[in-house]
Write a protein that binds this ligand. Structure first.
Ligand code: IPM
Ligand code: MG
Length: 357
């Protein structure tokens, strides 16, 4: 097959881990006789420095024109002035909106050889296999915001709004996914306080009628935060709004031992998608060849699966990661007693070698 991939490394460790991800994709392509065309573009802080905008028009156009986008991370102390008008994160937010990527899939599957690396007791965590579906292009991150004055005091506000179609479309993604998996969907909200969440709950219940083989439960977001740590194994698919999903996915990613292990796929209605590690730019370790490239490499597996329909290749990448981990190789974030610690590039090379067979 032939496909074009937009490559957006971004800032900090972004370029290090995306470099690794591209190596893996190249190996998959050469192995399977596929031609993949990579086109790199600027986003985030690097784009602000170069052209004054976190998402240059040319970058958006290139992404719109690609079958999939491979994305690293954006942000860093250099651009962190809270009063700045342009911020690197705006580039990612605008790109998600610009490609209409409304469903963000964040799987958490515990690799057996990483059990001891998790902060959670093995008897609680073993066997965890869940996916969080986070609504990605609406809600409070895209609502009206501003500053004003209230009774003489400075005030600021952000608004959280969802239309019924916005809730419905992400629900359908979650229900379809749950139907293919263990048939359980947990819809997470704060319906005891927020009106928008009461609508969220109504739409979830209504959509459930179309999926008789999926069991739907509703759970409040604060309770979910607790149950993720207390009984992670019992979750199958979780669907939630933008901000709750942002928070819960960082928490859930830690179940697997490190944020450095967690991939994600952002999808819209077609097969086009954006694939990125959940972790950020990690400025404290950037440029030192110690970042874990596995989240980016597992994002490649999701790209193969969801955008290129190459399931076999996707599984091969996941198996290669498993093999290298069970052979005892680790990056520093997941190192344990008796394992061999590798740098970013070396870890990626091992995975590429494992893929080559
Ligand atoms: C994430 C990140 C982003 C988000 C930031 C960088 C805007 O935290 O992908 O989870 O909040 O969506
Ligand atoms: Mg986040």
């Amino acid at each position: 097959m032939h496909a074009t991939i937009a490559v957006l490394p971004g800032d900090g460790v972004g370029s290090e881990v995306i470099g690794c991800a591209v190596k893996v994709l190249r190996m998959v392509a050469s192995h399977g006789g596929h031609t993949l065309e990579f086109r790199e573009a600027l986003i985030g802080g690097g784009a602000i420095d170069a052209v004054g905008h976190p998402l240059p028009e040319s970058t958006l156009a290139l992404c719109q024109d690609s079958d999939a986008v491979l994305f690293g991370a954006v942000g860093g102390p250099k651009w962190d002035d809270p009063r700045a008008n342009v911020r690197p994160e705006q580039g990612l937010m605008a790109l998600r909106k610009g490609l209409d990527l409304f469903a963000n899939l964040r799987p958490v599957k515990l690799n057996a050889s990483l059990l001891p690396a998790s902060r959670i007791k093995p008897e609680i965590i073993a066997g965890t296999d869940l996916v969080i579906v986070r609504e990605l292009s609406s809600g409070i991150y895209y609502g009206r915001r501003g500053r004003g004055e209230q009774e003489g005091d400075l005030m600021a506000y952000d608004t959280m709004a969802y239309t019924v179609p916005e809730i419905e479309r992400v629900m359908h993604v979650a229900f379809r996914l749950a139907r293919k998996r263990r048939g359980k969907l947990t819809s997470v909200d704060k319906a005891n306080v927020l009106e928008v969440c009461r609508l969220w709950r109504e739409v979830a219940s209504k959509t459930a009628a179309e999926y008789p083989h999926v069991a739907l439960e509703h759970l409040l977001v604060d309770a979910t935060a607790m149950h993720l740590i207390r009984r992670p194994r019992e979750f199958d698919v979780i669907v939630t709004s933008n901000m709750f999903g942002d928070i819960l996915t960082d928490e859930a990613a830690m179940l697997s031992g490190s944020l450095g292990m967690a991939p994600s796929a952002s999808l819209g209605t077609g097969s086009q998608g954006l694939y990125e590690p959940i972790h950020g730019t990690a400025p404290d370790i950037a440029g030192r060849d110690i970042a874990n490239p596995i989240a980016a490499i597992l994002s490649v597996a999701l790209l193969l699966r969801h955008s290129l329909d190459l399931e076999e290749e996707a599984c091969a990448v996941e198996a290669a990661v498993d093999k290298v981990l069970s052979d005892g190789y680790r990056t520093a974030d997941i190192a344990q007693e008796g394992t061999v610690t590798l740098g970013t590039v070396e870890m990626a090379s091992r995975i590429v070698d494992a893929l080559a067979g």
